[in-house]
Design a protein around this ligand. Structure first.
Ligand SMILES: [Fe+2]
Ligand SMILES: [Fe+2]
Length: 394
């Protein structure tokens, strides 16, 4: 059984910097250190975790403030608020270093870094930590290409552009080439070498490290190689789940593959004795099972909204920018890849379930109700796809 967390340092005005410590069984400690990452335009401050295991282990690294400013504001031509513009370039790094010291460690003590998934807010500070600590880096093998390849972000911009155009979304004024040039000029090493790829679920077993306390659960759908970590020995009744971006509260994680993500939610419900889920952003989740249920309901409702809106042909972007589709305002005239992708994965699943079909109308891809049957009938087939693991294997 773990003891209720104790806040040992409070957040600063930009909402990060907090250090919260949990006492686990056998006197081990788990520390949550919150580091800067922009809210609203980004997912909000990133929580990192330090676990006293066989190796002193850091889960996720956060993003250097200099890169957060570039990626979230300058490269996207977004206005940067004064309080963020004035932050020192090494702000998140300092939050981590002083957070470790507040918890009784130094950065040099770190022996292992586990990356929950290959999104930039989770691994880009890794090189700086490795330089000072010699820690080895581990991540699921299916996300190693995202983490190790310095051109991942640029590649996604090139790949994304024709897709967003087909969705009917207005494209940004700057081209993919402009974006790439800025990335090359500003920072050419946006990667982190993964030393020990994880390929199996179960107790963490890496070259030279055999944990009795940290178990891996591959949890794809938000990212192909996303993992959750179950903290606690086999016999423990109350375990903690470190869930990266797979479960978040109050925001909902964006699936890159909705079928896979919904299968992951089903699996996370089956893990017994989770007393607390600790995400990478937002609030800690006290009722794991309720949060999983509510995320399942959220996607069911979004599928229903999407299906009912396609009584006449609609492009993904028309749906994404409809009032109330998202609980934040999506400006139909502004490029917004997150909103477009989120809508598209719901339309794609309805198409797989033969509820929607897609003709090409007016220069972009549209979706249209196939036979006009009730959503409940279509949703039954959606659930059949989620439950049939072979459906998407080929
Ligand atoms: Fe993520
Ligand atoms: Fe994230």
């Amino acid at each position: 059984m773990y003891k209720r967390g104790e806040i040992i340092r409070r957040s600063s005005e930009v909402g990060s910097g907090r250090v919260k410590q949990y006492e686990l069984s056998k006197g081990k400690k788990l520390t949550q250190i919150t580091t800067f990452c922009p809210d609203m335009i980004g997912p909000g401050p990133t929580h990192l975790y330090v676990i006293e295991d066989e190796a002193l282990t850091l889960i996720d690294t956060g993003i250097p403030t200099s890169l957060a400013k570039k990626i979230f504001y300058y490269w996207r031509n977004q206005q940067i608020p004064d309080e963020i513009k004035d932050l020192p370039d090494d702000f998140s790094e300092t939050e981590l270093i002083t957070g470790l010291e507040t918890a009784g460690y130094s950065i040099e003590d770190l022996e292992l870094i586990i990356i929950t998934h290959g999104h930039p807010d989770h691994y880009l500070l890794g090189n700086k930590i490795v330089q000072r600590s010699n820690a080895r880096v581990s991540a699921h093998v299916l996300d190693t290409d995202q983490i190790c390849n310095p051109w991942t972000i640029s590649k996604k911009v090139f790949e994304g552009r024709p897709r967003y155009e087909a969705m009917g979304m207005p494209l940004p004024a700057s081209s993919a080439q402009d974006y790439h040039k800025k990335a090359v000029l500003d920072f050419s090493n946006m990667s982190l070498k993964v030393d020990c790829p994880i390929s199996m679920d179960g107790l963490l077993s890496l070259d030279g490290i055999q944990s009795q306390y940290i178990s891996v659960k591959h949890s794809p759908g938000h990212s192909p190689g996303a993992i959750c970590l179950i903290i606690g020995s086999q016999e423990e009744e109350h375990k903690i789940l470190i869930c990266g971006d797979v479960l978040l509260y109050p925001i909902t994680p964006h699936p890159d593959d909705l079928v896979t993500y919904l299968r992951t939610l089903d699996e996370l419900k089956q893990i017994e004795n989770i007393a607390l889920s600790l995400p990478a952003h937002g609030k800690n989740i006290r009722d794991h099972y309720r949060r999983v249920n509510s995320l399942q309901n959220h996607h069911r409702n979004r599928l229903e909204f999407t299906y009912n809106s396609c009584y006449e042909p609609k492009s993904p972007w028309e749906i994404a920018s409809m009032p109330r589709y998202f609980d934040v305002f999506v400006d139909p005239n502004k490029f917004n890849p997150m909103a477009g992708n989120e809508t598209f994965v719901h339309m794609r699943l309805l198409e797989m379930a033969k509820g929607l079909y897609r003709p090409k109308v007016d220069g972009s891809v549209h979706y249209f109700q196939n036979t006009g049957e009730s959503f409940e009938d279509v949703y039954r087939r959606v659930l059949a796809i989620i439950n049939d693991r072979d459906t998407t294997a080929l």
